[in-house]
Write a protein that binds this ligand. Structure first.
Ligand code: AMP
Ligand code: ZN
Length: 112
């Protein structure tokens, strides 16, 4: 499958990794929108949040456990934002489910 994040998960395209286990990978975003900006992805190809089901939601729960662990490791005690862009109007540009973690500055709300 011609999927950028599947290739990153497989190590075929390099990334600046923060965390990896058999199910999940976290790596820094190539075009950061905040002083700290990384992505957490399931290694399994899930196209978007629309495709989360009872069959794969345990994996998504694990993604959130990993986010909390990384936030503690990176000492993001002032807080952070978890973002998922889903579909065209959500602004999704890579069709492999990923969660953005943005931190290191005060973030505005609501997003544009
Ligand atoms: P989205 O627009 O929500 O689909 O997010 C895709 C994100 O992937 C963007 O923030 C991009 O900067 C990021 N991105 C694209 N290619 C790479 C790459 N090779 N390594 C790391 N991040 C990437
Ligand atoms: Zn993929």
């Amino acid at each position: 499958m011609d999927c950028l994040f599947c290739k990153i998960a497989a190590g075929e395209i390099p990334s600046n990794k923060i965390y990896e286990d058999d199910k999940v990978l976290a790596f820094y975003d190539i075009d950061p929108k905040a002083p700290v900006h990384f992505l957490v992805i399931p290694k399994e190809h899930i196209a978007s949040a629309d495709c989360i089901t009872a069959e794969n939601s345990t994996l998504i729960a694990h993604v959130f456990e990993v986010i909390a662990k990384i936030a503690a490791d990176l000492k993001l005690e002032k807080g952070y934002r978890i973002v998922n862009n889903c579909g065209e109007h959500g602004g999704q540009t890579v069709g492999h489910l990923h969660f953005h973690i943005l931190a290191g500055r005060s973030l505005t709300w609501p997003p544009g």
